[in-house]
Design a protein around this ligand. Structure first.
Ligand code: XMP
Length: 336
């Protein structure tokens, strides 16, 4: 079995291939290794809608076909219509996807919670519970596939005085131990640009491969204050206006990450001669190489003011738009 996909990649291997990465060779070699390593055993994979898990799924699907089952959890905290759109795309790729509508659980457990860390814990725990429950219903699964990429592994290693001390890398729940699953991570040797090249080689859609990073806890940590169905809907609408505008202007692919934060602040406005007292949102757009540091993108003023007007006109409940001009550090990309 090739330990590059099933075990720990060596730094030498990564360095050797850096600079002369050949996506076609990687795809052929990986599919052959996965076929040899997995045989006719069954694999479960959690899809997030993001680039890494999607490319992992397509690669594994090429290797084991119907023996791959993907689980896609609708947390209710994704972008507007994202669950439906992404599910449609996965299905058209031929993947066997179990979609789980779990927004009621997430929103129920988040009720009344405003502390960012508490939110993250609840969302993470709920995700694990939903995923575990679905995966446990599947028969004869032996492998858990993950979309781990090389920077995730680097972040999991902390170099101490005595060499390398390992910080646990996030796995999907208690599943590997409970079901005695082995882990397969077909992208664990790759950097993000290489993952995108592999996806392109696999014939995946450019829009999917160019998706911005999106946090695991989703809009739950972009909805400052209490997370309710109504507030998430407002945030989704504002985010949708903004992302569409970035795409229409040809800016989406030029920036690392963009999104909207719904603030826990109301402000006074005036509409059709009447006083309003509604929410404020903050637009956040950054460029980065690895998300460890990030620069604010200087979007054209004319574009920003146009987006501001469009959001206020179209999104009921928002009467003020601000632009976040904080670099990371000292600010983080996400507000929570
Ligand atoms: P911060 O806010 O720490 O974010 O500057 C750095 C990058 O990581 C993303 N992010 C997350 N991704 N799970 C994820 O998978 C998370 O809990 C999470 N929190 C932040 C963030 O969107 C940015 O790209």
């Amino acid at each position: 079995m090739d330990n590059r996909y099933f075990g720990t990649p060596t730094r030498e291997l990564v360095e050797q291939k850096r600079g002369n990465f050949d996506p076609k060779a990687y795809v052929n070699e990986t599919i052959a290794a996965l076929k040899a390593g997995l045989g006719d055993q069954k694999v479960v994979l959690g899809l997030s809608g993001g680039v890494d898990s999607s490319v992992s799924a397509v690669l594994l699907h090429r290797a084991v076909g119907a023996n791959l089952t993907c689980i896609f959890v609708d947390t209710g905290l994704m972008r507007k219509n994202e669950f439906e759109q992404v599910t449609g795309m996965y299905t058209s790729l031929g993947l066997n996807v179990v979609g789980v509508r779990a927004q009621a659980k997430f929103l129920g457990d988040l009720r009344g919670v405003t502390d960012p860390e508490q939110k993250r814990k609840i969302i993470g725990r709920d995700f694990i519970e939903v995923f575990d429950e679905q995966a446990s219903k599947l028969q004869g699964i032996e492998w858990l596939a993950q979309g781990t990429i090389f920077p995730d592994i680097l972040e999991s290693f902390k170099v101490g005085e005595d060499g390398v001390s390992v910080k646990s890398h996030h796995n999907v729940g208690g599943l590997p131990e409970k079901m005695k699953l082995s882990i397969v991570e077909p992208l664990r040797m790759l950097f993000k640009d290489e993952v995108r090249a592999v996806g392109k080689e696999l014939g995946m859609d450019a829009d999917m491969l160019g998706r911005h990073p999106f946090p695991g806890p989703g809009l739950g940590i972009r909805c400052l204050g209490e997370v309710t169905a109504e507030r998430i809907a407002v945030l989704q609408d504002a985010d949708d206006v903004f992302i569409r505008a970035l795409r229409a202007e040809g800016l989406y692919d030029k920036v690392w990450q963009a999104g909207v934060m719904l603030l826990p602040v109301n402000s006074v406005g005036v509409e059709n001669g009447a006083r309003t007292y509604e929410s404020a949102v903050a637009l956040r757009v950054v460029n980065s190489v690895n998300a460890m540091t990030a620069d604010v993108v200087h979007l054209p003023w004319e574009f920003l003011t146009r987006v501001s007007t469009e959001i206020i006109n179209k999104v009921k409940g928002v009467n003020r738009v601000t632009y976040d001009i904080s670099a990371k550090p000292p600010a983080t990309i996400e507000w929570e």
